[in-house]
Design a protein around this ligand. Structure first.
Ligand SMILES: [Fe+2]
Length: 548
């Protein structure tokens, strides 16, 4: 948490009090536990004369117990000389009064009677000053009558009490501000986590960011998030471990204990603070952490994983109930995210499964195009990735390719499987499939961005393609990528009207058509692709066709 510079200066309010006392004609003394007196702030000549003298120091030492007794309001040290102890701020006091190792502050009041006191004569002797000359140097106008002294003692008492209360309230205010700042940081993190929990963003990056921020807010040396590896939806995620960069940590060791902690925490859903982590009996744990804070991540009785961390960075304390509660809140937010992530993965795989089923159905209309959509999708994905598109766009290119021929559902099988040359009418029917496909997807909100690939995968770079005769960069990128992958697969696989061309011939043809049929920039990337996976797919589809 953010550290404040420190508590407010407790002397701030007493500084103001000292100034007021000076204005009222009193001097301010600081008296340490040994009885040594020092005048604090501005004072008159006679104050200096008396306070520095041996008789005064000796008299103060004899009153030391009274000075540190908060029940004593005034000490009439000599005739016409009163010391008024000023209570310290409450936060600095021991249960019984002033802290015994701190100096006490007191007001020093001179009355008229001091001019007649024997003690003044002894002070002058000790200071080798002529008494008469000294009395002449006194500020006679500031010397108080006994009644004035009594009233000033009362005023000082009120002022001191107010100053002490003010000091105490400043401390309280500061403590409250500190707590509020801490709560703000926690709330701010919870808010940030909740707004970052968008499951279609990369979950690994989110978990790493969440781990780093939680470690910072809880104030731990290290924190890790172990996910339940039994959940297929978490299969691609690795354990984020975030550490305080000031120290070296055994990251592999921290990761290694995660699965064992999952087993140890099975069936427990509340944060656990272990002052001695050895009780878990996990080998090697004692080298990583002495005490451990474990927060299970769960939903509806299902274990999703856990947060585990160690080493309070303030070193002043072990884990507190506040840490435990904070981790429980963070754990709840994280559990919601993980639950949504699993639901999203389920939904996504169902969506993908549906698209695969759809593409297989279309390809099945023609045994020669079996697996065509899957292969075009694979090549399109490879090409999009090699062209430098981001992961999300690559995924959308893949899906668009998977359904690129969905419009063939409206083309009669007799036309699709016709062994010979198509008539003009038949070819017109085939040429309608991109627009039919686009119309089919039009009503599906989640597939709007796939439509350009479906609609334009038969356009040609030189503008001779269909359905719209677009040319160059006017052809949407998805259309250019899918068009190249589609033509490549058409050449590389058997068709009703000819056998597959060998790979070197296919690639020669692709090069030849660069800038004519295909986007030349894409061709440049395309010829560098690794086709081994594609060739395996072709083999698999041949086998299926032979078995059919
Ligand atoms: Fe097509």
């Amino acid at each position: 948490m953010t550290q404040f510079a420190g508590h407010p200066d407790p002397s701030a309010s007493s500084g103001r009090l000292r100034q007021r006392l000076n204005e009222l004609g009193a001097a301010v003394l600081s008296i340490d536990p040994a009885g040594t007196c020092v005048l604090a702030g501005p004072h008159r000549w006679e104050h200096g004369l008396v306070v520095s003298s041996a008789p005064f120091v000796s008299a103060v030492k004899s009153q030391r117990a009274s000075l540190f007794d908060t029940t004593i309001r005034r000490i009439d040290l000599w005739p016409g000389l009163v010391i008024v102890p000023i209570p310290a701020s409450k936060s600095r006091m021991n249960a019984g009064g002033h802290p015994c190792d701190s100096p006490v502050t007191a007001a020093l009041l001179f009355g008229r009677d001091i001019l007649e006191a024997d003690q003044l004569a002894r002070v002058c002797d000790a200071e080798q000053t002529d008494l008469r000359a000294a009395i002449d140097k006194f500020d006679h106008g500031s010397l108080m009558s006994p009644g004035e002294t009594d009233r000033l003692v009362q005023v000082i008492e009120w002022m001191a009490r107010d100053a002490a209360d003010l000091g105490w309230r400043l401390h309280e205010l500061h403590d409250l501000s500190w707590e509020l700042a801490g709560s703000y940081e926690e709330l701010s993190l919870l808010y940030k986590l909740s707004t970052s929990m968008v499951v279609d963003h990369p979950p690994q990056a989110f978990l790493e960011q969440a781990c780093a921020e939680m470690r910072e807010v809880v104030g731990l040396s290290w924190l890790a998030i172990q996910l339940n590896t039994q959940e297929p939806g978490f299969a691609d995620l690795t354990v984020p471990v975030c550490v305080d960069n000031q120290c070296a940590y055994d990251l592999a060791g921290i990761r290694k204990i995660g699965p064992q902690l999952i087993d140890a925490m099975d069936g427990r859903f509340k944060p656990v603070v272990l002052d001695d982590a050895r009780v878990l009996g996990i080998p090697g744990l004692e080298h990583i952490a002495h005490s451990l804070l474990i927060t299970p991540l769960h939903t509806e009785g299902k274990q999703l994983g856990l947060l585990y961390g160690a080493g309070k960075t303030d070193h002043a304390s072990g884990f507190s109930s506040v840490d435990s509660k904070l981790c429980a809140s963070l754990g709840s937010s994280l559990s919601i995210y993980l639950k949504n992530l699993l639901l999203f993965e389920d939904m996504h795989s169902m969506f993908l499964g549906t698209l695969h089923a759809l593409s297989t159905t279309i390809d099945a209309k023609d045994s020669y195009t079996q697996g065509h959509s899957e292969r075009v999708a694979l090549i399109s994905k490879q090409l999009a990735r090699a062209a430098g598109l981001d992961a999300h766009t690559v995924e959308r290119v893949y899906l668009s390719a998977l359904v690129h021929d969905v419009g063939k559902i409206g083309v009669p099988e007799s036309v699709l499987t016709k062994p010979g040359k198509l008539t003009g009418e038949e070819y017109d029917l085939v040429k309608k499939h991109p627009e039919t496909g686009a119309r089919i997807l039009e009503g599906i909100r989640q597939m709007q961005d796939l439509i350009p690939g479906v609609m334009h995968h038969h356009e040609s770079w030189d503008g001779t393609g269909y359905p719209h005769g677009l040319a160059g960069h006017n052809i949407p990128l998805f259309g250019r990528i899918l068009g190249l992958a589609d033509a490549f697969d058409a050449m590389s696989s058997d068709r009703t009207y000819r056998l597959a061309l060998p790979m070197n011939k296919v690639l020669d043809e692709v090069r030849r058509c660069s800038g004519i049929q295909f986007d030349p920039d894409l061709v440049e990337v395309f010829i560098t692709l690794d086709f081994s996976k594609y060739l395996n797919m072709i083999e698999g589809h041949h086998d299926l066709r032979r078995c059919a």
